[in-house]
Design a binder for this molecule. Structure first.
Ligand code: ATP
Length: 376
């Protein structure tokens, strides 16, 4: 998959920016605060309908404007040529158009242009709580399985309804249990499929991760993921359904007490290990960085094998943290294996030693105060 051009209007400090991208490596340099991240975040909007930096579209609209607009042209193996645009205004909210036709649901965009992002925010992925890791795996699987994304959305709706009932009928147990019953059936159906899919993908992912960690770190530590859910994981949704129903029965007293749905994949954890030690508790800063990098490279490899098209790869400010040897290994890996790639950097990195900027496949840009110019 490739994006050949993009136009940003009123997108943070880019009031009106147009870029023609190279088909392979795109390096974007510029000082801190120039607008490099904004440029690749706009690409992310066209792939995932949201920012990888801001948690609300409101912050993305230029301070002085009432709306933002992003438009890009894509070329891929399955869908050969199409436009995606994304507009947002405070009054009308966000809209996504594919070839000028509005999408009914923003989620319909997910998977159309697969994307992998590595950014400074990924520090949280290995060092903070389970929510970060659930988001990672959800975004990962949603891009390759529309069924999974639908199950996630349905599960969320059912959980919300259940929580409402648990709050409303707290003192009336019989009525509550009668009301909960149909919702439990749905909770178990969607939740079991989510757990089964997470089990399947994480299981396959282990090998990809081990391979990438070894390449990027050059170390013999073996990375490992442990999927922890409310019952013994299984790749069969029917097997989970039985366990889920039994667990819900066991936990009903606690749920009534807490007025919350306590059993389900919304409380899953994925624990990262290097050999036998838990990364979150014992890892050095460098190990965290290399682990996060390996996770994203493994995701890239997984997508490349699973899908008929290579994903876009966005690397925001990654090279500043790497030593010379890792820089070389990573750049060589990108050049050899990655599809269209976007790299931002504020520090001087010797990109020219590794990449031939031919002005076609590989291009270099500079961003200065929201203005982009092509260097090579
Ligand atoms: N809503 C907004 N309207 C206008 N400008 C904004 C808005 N939000 C952020 N900015 C500006 O965008 C710039 C930050 O852009 P960006 O994060 O892309 O920088 P960067 O080049 O990646 O910098 P760094 O190297 O520090 O990561 C800042 O100058 C900031 O003031």
């Amino acid at each position: 998959m490739r994006i050949s051009n993009i136009r940003l209007q009123n997108f943070r400090n880019h009031t009106d920016t147009q870029v023609e991208w190279g088909a392979h490596m795109n390096v974007i340099i510029g000082q801190n605060g120039a607008g490099k991240t904004n440029l690749i975040d706009a690409i992310h909007y066209l792939c995932m309908s949201r920012s990888f930096v801001a948690n609300s579209d409101r912050y993305v609209v230029n301070y002085d404007a009432p709306y933002f607009m992003i438009k890009g042209h894509f070329e891929g193996n399955i869908r050969s040529s199409f436009d995606v645009s994304c507009s947002y205004s405070r009054g009308e909210g966000k809209k996504i158009f594919v070839n000028e036709s509005p999408l009914d649901r923003l989620s319909d965009l997910i998977g159309m242009v697969p994307v992998v992002v590595l950014s400074p925010g990924d520090k949280k992925l290995t060092s903070e709580g389970p929510k970060q890791r659930r988001s990672f795996i959800d975004s990962f699987i949603s891009q390759i399985s529309p069924r999974y994304l639908q199950d996630l959305m349905d599960f969320r709706k059912v959980r919300k309804q259940r929580n409402k009932l648990l709050q409303e009928f707290r003192g009336r147990r019989e009525v509550l249990e009668a009301y909960l019953e149909p919702w439990n059936v749905q909770l178990v159906e969607y939740g079991s499929r989510i757990v089964a899919k997470r089990t399947e993908v994480l299981d396959q992912f282990q090998d990809f991760l081990a391979r990438e960690y070894e390449v990027i770190s050059g170390m013999r530590h073996k990375p490992h993921l442990e999927y922890q859910t409310f019952c013994e994981p299984s790749k069969k949704a029917e097997t989970i359904e039985e366990r889920y129903t039994a667990k819900l029965e066991d936990e009903i007293d606690h749920e009534i007490e807490r007025e919350l749905t306590l059993v389900g994949p919304h409380r899953d954890e994925i624990v990262f290990y290097l050999d036998d030690f838990e990364l979150r508790k014992y890892g050095s800063q460098g190990q965290h960085r290399l682990f996060a990098l390996s996770l994203k490279l493994a995701q890239l490899l997984y997508f490349s094998e699973e899908l008929d098209d290579l994903p876009l790869f966005l690397l925001d400010d990654v090279f500043g943290d790497l030593d010379a040897q890792r820089t070389e290994v990573l750049l060589n890996a990108l050049i050899e294996h990655a599809g269209q790639t976007f790299v931002t950097a504020a520090n001087p990195i010797p990109f020219n030693d590794y990449i031939t900027f031919d002005g076609e496949k590989n291009r270099k840009f500079e961003v200065t105060e929201g203005e982009v110019s092509r260097l090579q």
